[in-house]
Design a protein. Sequence first.
Length: 345
Amino acid sequence: MTFIRRTQIMSSERDEEEEQKTLQQHAQLLTELPKALGTFETDLYLYQGMWLYPDAILSIMLMQNHFNHHPTDIFLTSFMKSGTTWLRSLMFTILNRSRFDFSNHPLLRKGPHDCFPVLDLYKPKDYNITNTKPLPSNSPRLFATHFAYKMLPSSITEPSSGCKFVYVCRDPKDVLVSIWHFNIGLRPKELPPLSFEQVFNMFCEGVIEYGPYWDQVLGFWNAALESPDKILFFKYEEMKRDPEVHVKKLAEFMGLPISIQEEESGMVKKIVEFCSFEHLKSLEINKTGSHKANNGNVVPNQSFFRKGEVGDWKCHLTEEMKDRIDRITYDKFKDSGLTLGAAPQ
Ligand code: A3P
């Protein structure tokens, strides 16, 4: 057996041992952490300031211990239901615009959630982010995650890592309404139903998957203020207002600026139209296809495309509910310079 082969086997054995240790720590941790009901099937646990389901806690522990970054990695980060699907499509399309023609594009055959991996649901057995089992190495690699900035391994957040982050946030009232439709739609039928009021209270109290919402947004906002070259901070509402400007900023940030020739050939418009809500929602793959998450859950692609509007909360929230969320948002963000949604009355 060659020296290299023997070293590979030893390092893979070491990785497995390390993973086993993390698994044991995870099992022990679940017996100790504060626990609450989630909107999906599993209980939530408060881990490092964020309410997470057990698989997500295991994933972040493994990531914190084993993630092997490339200096060109780009992470799409967001709170749930803030525009991840849209940004996924845009980032993938921008990155691959010279590889694929729009008439024969991978996004015509697979859903946006299958075009690059999410880091929140890796299981140890197929956990392929360790040294021995790297993810596809086409550069830059794209990943998505909802984890808080402070939870991500310091190897990727420290300035010298070279890694970049795109963050998208959205008015919390629309996020809540979108969560309500998405999470409740996927909640197993054998569980007692949750009312909109219950989910509203869970959201306001911060005890909801990846909550509290405000802490997650502020973490990225503050980091973006500190390192604007490393973190690009977008607002869903501003993207809706002027998608072309955002596509250009995104391309530039990803290190693939739109050239004058591309600009003249209408490339920006083509990307915007191709990734528009109406176009993606109309595709057969997004009407009938599904995304198989790494924890085995199957999510119909159509559930990622509901209305895609700004202000749909007006159809769901009472005046009192609106005021409560706006008040929390105002109080949490008042010293940060960040504004989202309306100021409270
Ligand atoms: P609504 O439920 O308000 O319609 P995420 O992708 O982070 O899970 O967020 C889902 C929200 O983004 C949903 O909002 C969905 O309809 C909307 N969305 C999905 N694709 C979009 C696109 N291409 N453009 C704008 N919004 C989009």
